[in-house]
Design a binder for this molecule. Structure first.
Ligand SMILES: *[C@@H]1O[C@H](CO)[C@@H](O)[C@H](O)[C@H]1NC(C)=O
Ligand SMILES: *[C@@H]1O[C@H](CO)[C@@H](O)[C@H](O)[C@H]1NC(C)=O
Ligand SMILES: *[C@@H]1O[C@H](CO)[C@@H](O)[C@H](O)[C@H]1NC(C)=O
Ligand SMILES: *[C@@H]1O[C@H](CO)[C@@H](O)[C@H](O)[C@H]1NC(C)=O
Ligand SMILES: *[C@@H]1O[C@H](CO)[C@@H](O)[C@H](O)[C@H]1NC(C)=O
Ligand SMILES: *[C@@H]1O[C@H](CO)[C@@H](O)[C@H](O)[C@H]1NC(C)=O
Ligand SMILES: *[C@@H]1O[C@H](CO)[C@@H](O)[C@H](O)[C@H]1NC(C)=O
Ligand SMILES: *[C@@H]1O[C@H](CO)[C@@H](O)[C@H](O)[C@H]1NC(C)=O
Ligand SMILES: *[C@@H]1O[C@H](CO)[C@@H](O)[C@H](O)[C@H]1NC(C)=O
Ligand SMILES: *[C@@H]1O[C@H](CO)[C@@H](O)[C@H](O)[C@H]1NC(C)=O
Ligand SMILES: *[C@@H]1O[C@H](CO)[C@@H](O)[C@H](O)[C@H]1NC(C)=O
Length: 455
């Protein structure tokens, strides 16, 4: 067998003889010495400090000093965070995310000797205002580059556009990283699957350039990038798109009525943008949708009844738009719902008695609409409810006394309605001040100064 392989590949054969004359031909090659040395040199350029990866601890992500397992005289392919190519032993993967690394990466770093790297992840360390150096552009085999949350600072260099094999790029949450249009326009976007640039300053970049992203796209995350102008509506229709985040680009416009939305969509967050449109009736086909947040944007029209088909939806926030019409009773099917917020729209009609099976809800906010009718008693079944905001509507009738069963309730807003009668007492209700009830002249009892009298 070994003889045959020698015949087929002289390279592989010589590798086998040099590294280990006893190993079987099928076992993977060992790490080349010069790459092992480069890694050890890289290790020694950092100090180890658990605080450098505190963001991982905060998020409950495993974090430890991966480089502790890096020891001279051992096969680097077996070290933590290293992946080698089987045939050659070349180091092709370096995952140092959440590894307690502290210290800068300079242009003389031995990192840049690892020319075979395909996958480089330095996320969640404290690289102390390192620059994204031109040298990263010389790692020409890179398909995945992740420098997220590692205290990188400065301007993204033109050389990054040389990484023509890149399918996944994450530069999110650096320390005032800037991406200029002169660099951006040189990056070929067609093959990207993941592009995560949250908090990268991109104010010189025209959002229309995102139109060059293709059907390969799975994740696009551009939170707080200072993007201005019209975002291409075609993106939300890309067939493999699972996650689209555009939140807090306050001057980003666009119209999402013009496309049918991708059936792959799981997570849409465009909170606080100028993006407008209607929720399409076809939204009922997005069976994977879990998170829908379009708060504080410019959406209008009605809330489609077909939303009730999305039984995996857990986060539904349509607040601070211009929705009109009724709250569809089909939403009673959304058994996974945890947050339900439609506040500050122009919704009318009664609140459907829809909450009986929504046992996972922790927040309901319908404040500041034009809702009428009574408070539905099915809210009393939502035993984990913590926040209930129904203020500033035209609700009438009494406050259901069964609401005192909501033992987790910590915020209650029923103010500015037409509610009448006594305020329930007991349990959480002893903790709410009169601001929960003001603006309902017909209400009486503690904590309001108006007593209910003897009747
Ligand atoms: C490399 O070797 C590992 C372990 O021996 C094996 O699981 C993996 O499939 C191999 N990869 C390739 C590309 O041959
Ligand atoms: C690498 O460069 C930095 C500053 O650019 C310098 O402080 C450091 O001594 C250099 N290290 C080596 C090993 O040359
Ligand atoms: C980080 O980058 C910003 C903008 O590029 C710059 O103003 C700031 O001085 C940099 N900080 C350091 C410590 O280099
Ligand atoms: C970058 O790495 C971090 C830490 O491992 C991870 O949470 C994040 O999802 C990665 N980004 C991409 C685009 O895969
Ligand atoms: C961009 O990349 C795609 C896919 O790799 C390739 O077909 C296309 O020619 C590239 N475009 C430019 C302008 O380099
Ligand atoms: C898309 O890429 C092509 C070629 O790289 C470029 O000419 C064109 O301007 C780009 N389109 C947008 C909208 O950026
Ligand atoms: C959005 O596009 C739809 C469909 O083309 C159109 O009817 C609607 O008026 C547009 N809305 C805005 C705010 O531009
Ligand atoms: C989706 O919801 C609408 C309206 O509630 C309903 O008529 C339709 O049958 C549902 N479609 C599917 C596939 O569940
Ligand atoms: C709500 O709770 C009441 C009493 O606890 C129960 O009788 C009723 O069936 C529940 N409603 C739903 C829709 O589960
Ligand atoms: C009450 O709602 C109306 C619109 O329905 C809004 O204009 C007003 O600002 C709201 N008031 C408060 C105190 O939220
Ligand atoms: C609310 O409580 C404050 C202080 O306890 C009291 O001065 C005020 O009159 C009360 N307002 C109403 C509407 O009961």
């Amino acid at each position: 067998m070994a003889k045959l392989l020698c015949f087929v590949s002289f390279l592989l054969c010589s590798q086998l003889f040099i590294t280990s004359s006893v190993s079987a031909a099928s076992s993977p090659a060992l790490c080349p010495q010069e790459q092992s040395n480069a890694l050890l040199k890289l290790k020694s350029s950092f100090s180890v400090d658990s605080w450098a990866s505190i963001s991982c601890a905060d998020e409950g992500v495993t974090n430890y000093a991966k480089t502790d397992s890096w020891k001279e005289g051992t096969d680097c392919c077996k070290w933590d965070g290293i992946r080698c190519e089987n045939e050659t032993g070349n180091v092709i993967g370096l995952d140092l995310s959440c590894s307690w690394l502290k210290g800068p990466i300079n242009s003389n770093s031995s990192l840049f000797l690892l020319k075979h790297l395909q996958n480089l992840n330095l996320a969640h360390n404290d690289l102390q205002q390192s620059k994204v150096l031109p040298e990263y552009g010389s790692l020409s085999s890179l398909t995945h580059l992740n420098l997220s949350s590692s205290n990188f600072n400065g301007t993204i260099p033109l050389e990054l556009s040389r990484l023509s094999r890149l399918v996944s790029l994450d530069l999110s949450f650096g320390n005032s990283l800037t991406l200029e249009s002169s660099v951006w326009n040189k990056i070929n976007l067609t093959q990207f699957r993941e592009l995560v640039l949250d908090r990268v300053w991109m104010s010189s970049i025209s959002p229309s350039t995102f139109a060059n992203l293709s059907s390969s796209l799975v994740t696009l995350s551009l939170a707080r990038c200072e993007l201005k102008g019209e975002f291409p509506h075609t993106i939300i229709g890309l067939p493999n798109l699972q996650k689209l985040v555009l939140l807090e680009n306050h001057e980003l416009t666009g119209n999402f009525s013009k496309s049918s939305w991708s059936n792959s969509l799981q997570h849409l967050d465009i909170w606080f943008t100028q993006i407008s449109g209607h929720l399409p009736d076809s939204i009922g086909n997005l069976k994977s949708l879990q998170h829908l947040n379009i708060q504080r944007s410019k959406f209008s029209g009605s809330i489609p009844a077909s939303l009730g088909n999305l039984t995996g939806l857990s986060y539904l926030v349509l607040a601070e738009n211009d929705f009109t019409g009724l709250i569809p009773h089909t939403l009673s099917n959304l058994h996974q719902l945890t947050i339900f917020a439609l506040a500050e729209n122009r919704l009318s009609g009664a609140i459907p008695n829809m909450f009986g099976k929504l046992s996972k809800l922790i927040g309901i906010s319908l404040r500041s609409n034009h809702l009428i009718g009574q408070i539905p008693t099915s809210i009393c079944n939502v035993s984990n409810l913590q926040v209930l905001e129904l203020g500033n509507n035209s609700l009438s009738g009494g406050i259901p006394s069964c609401l005192v069963n909501l033992k987790q309730l910590s915020t209650l807003d029923l103010s500015y309605n037409n509610l009448v009668g006594p305020i329930p007492t007991g349990n959480q209700f002893s903790t709410f001040g009169n601001e929960s009830y003001v603006g309902n002249p017909g209400l009486c009892g503690v904590p309001l100064s108006k007593s209910c009298g003897r009747a």
